[in-house]
Design a protein around this ligand. Structure first.
Ligand SMILES: Cc1cc2nc3c(=O)[nH]c(=O)nc-3n(C[C@H](O)[C@H](O)[C@H](O)COP(=O)(O)OP(=O)(O)OC[C@H]3O[C@@H](n4cnc5c(N)ncnc54)[C@H](O)[C@@H]3O)c2cc1C
Length: 504
């Protein structure tokens, strides 16, 4: 059978192989880090330890992907994550090519009692994917995606990005709800919940997980689904990385695109005061097929603006009908909501969220768009213009939830915030570290005003990790998560996350 015939046979069998497995490439390029001696490292609980040279050599021999140590060029690039504020130096990095390497790394971490960081796409704002002195289990080589158009399912490697899943699924006019920036990691986003543009139609990303392959703290390789380990299946849909390292996800897909009705309706910052009160009505009465995310850019180097980012699944005439009163009430400065490729909408925010800039954010879920809240927000955002830092850009993103997200009971999965109609994220990005304290203080001040209007927060935006924060992020599901944690990770090996403490 020649290659073309083979590919045809694959398609006939309903399988489309997508990205070349990065693991193949990584294996051939395996870097031979020179191990010159013992290394000083940090333990699970923050103490000092020494990892002997002989153990490192044995680990290196057992891996398909590279073991990276400080001083190695690849080590420097691998320890970098999306937020340029994070500058942590792991004692060692294992760049895993698959479940076998992940198992070796987890076993090694447990045997040497090392602090563990697990990296998916590296987008956690607080840098949970990397640690000082411990072991970083880096999944970024595990980037592959296969789609079965007949069963409308996709399988995705544990280090893949959202764009990988969208790209392969859209080949068949299919999609599952994922986040709004395509370079975000699928693993971290899915495990914490996953708010996306089409969530009002099809639920959260985690609601569309059919199964995961996971390496648990004791080194077991398990599948979790409705039929296998259903307790774990419940926990990984919203409970974050608390229970192990997910090496693959299986998702349910839905017919979406390749063209959908969507795009930005843009107003000036001043017009926002007129438009925002209309948005509460629009979002409260909109059909679940339509999401209207809001993006308010604070005045700074450029004048601020206000954007309604539309995404509609279904008949475009319905979207036009729903948006007509808004368009009529206040004429937008620029109106680009129209039929467009779903893939273009899903990558439209990528350039504005580049990796390596300095970022800080705080977030809170909302039950409604209160007029007092919106007025306060605009007043507060205007104060950003006083900053002398010309590189800074501050904004608030208000993601439209509800619809299918609210169909799932609060205890149906570990993700608990089914009642929230919006997720609001206040963020500042800048270039010069000299302004770190100024921007953080400004943002905290604005958030102090925002917080009383919030009804909880989403664990994937969590910045601090104390127990009370995690309890507030998981609310009534916390106790069940804690019991599950004691079963699957009794020593809290996986602690750099929205951490649930095992019950004693
Ligand atoms: C630009 C940007 C846009 C965003 N947009 C959205 C959005 O639209 N919707 C939304 O819901 N969220 C959004 N988020 C938040 C996002 O969900 C979190 O940042 C999420 O943690 C990203 O996952 P990651 O794999 O890239 O992160 P990482 O930093 O790699 O990991 C985050 C956490 O997950 C754990 N983890 C990662 N991979 C695995 C794995 N394979 N197995 C077990 N644990 C793992 C890590 O240990 C860590 O605790 C956005 C974030 C950014 C920076």
């Amino acid at each position: 059978m020649d290659r073309r015939e083979f590919n045809r046979a694959l398609l006939a069998a309903g399988w489309a192989t997508a990205l070349a497995p990065a693991s193949t490439l990584a294996a051939t390029a395996k870097s031979l880090t020179k191990i010159t001696g013992d290394i000083e490292a940090v333990t699970r609980t923050g103490g000092d330890t020494t990892v002997p040279k002989a153990a490192l050599k044995e680990l290196q021999k057992s891996l398909r992907g590279p073991l990276l140590l400080p001083g190695n060029a690849e080590y420097e690039s691998s320890r970098r994550v999306w937020n340029g504020m994070i500058d942590k130096r792991p004692g060692l990095i294992v760049r895993c090519t698959g479940a076998a390497d992940v198992t070796r790394a987890v076993d090694f971490a447990r045997e040497h009692d090392l602090l563990v960081a697990v990296r998916g796409g590296g987008h956690s704002i607080s840098g949970k994917a990397v640690c000082d002195g411990g072991i970083m289990i880096d999944l970024s080589p595990i980037r592959w995606c296969t789609v079965d158009p007949e069963t409308r399912t996709a399988r995705l490697g544990g280090g893949s990005l959202l764009g990988d899943l969208d790209h392969e699924s859209q080949r068949f006019g299919l999609a599952t709800p994922v986040g709004t920036v395509s370079h975000t990691g699928a693993a971290g986003l899915t495990l914490g919940g996953g708010h996306g543009r089409i969530s009002r139609s099809f639920g959260l990303t985690c609601d569309n997980v059919r199964s995961v392959d996971i390496v648990t703290a004791d080194g077991r390789f398990l599948r979790a689904s409705a039929d296998e380990n259903p307790d774990l299946y419940w926990g990984v849909r919203g409970g974050g990385g608390n229970f192990g390292v997910v090496t693959a996800f299986e998702y349910q897909l839905h017919p979406v695109g390749p063209e959908i009705y969507g795009g930005p309706i843009l107003y000036s910052f001043d017009q926002a005061r007129q438009v925002l009160p209309l948005i509460e009505e629009l979002t409260a009465t909109a059909p679940r097929s339509l999401a209207a995310d809001l993006f308010i850019m604070a005045p700074g180097k450029r004048p601020g603006n206000f954007m309604v980012s539309v995404c509609h699944v279904g008949d475009p005439a319905e979207a036009e009908r729903v948006l007509a009163p808004l368009r009529k009430a206040v004429k937008p400065r620029v109106d680009q909501a129209r039929l467009m490729p779903y893939s273009a909408l899903q990558t439209s925010a990528d350039a504005g969220t580049k990796a390596g800039r300095l970022y800080y954010n705080k977030s809170g879920l909302l039950g409604r768009l209160d007029t007092d809240f919106l007025t306060m927000l605009l007043d507060q955002l205007e104060t950003a213009a006083a900053s002398p830092d010309q590189s800074a850009a501050s904004n608030v993103v208000i993601q439209h939830l509800g619809g299918a997200v609210a169909d799932v009971p609060t205890d149906g999965t570990a993700y608990v915030h089914r009642d929230a109609r919006f997720d609001s994220v206040l963020m500042t990005a800048w270039e010069d570290p000299a302004y770190n304290d100024e921007h953080k203080a400004w943002l905290k001040g604005v958030f102090d005003e925002m917080e009383p209007y919030t009804i909880g927060f989403y664990s994937n935006h969590m910045v601090d990790t104390d127990k009370d924060k995690a309890k507030r992020a998981f609310r009534s599901n916390y106790e069940r998560l804690a019991v599950l944690k004691s079963q699957y990770d009794p020593t809290n090996l996986f602690r750099l996350n929205a951490n649930v403490k095992p019950v004693a």
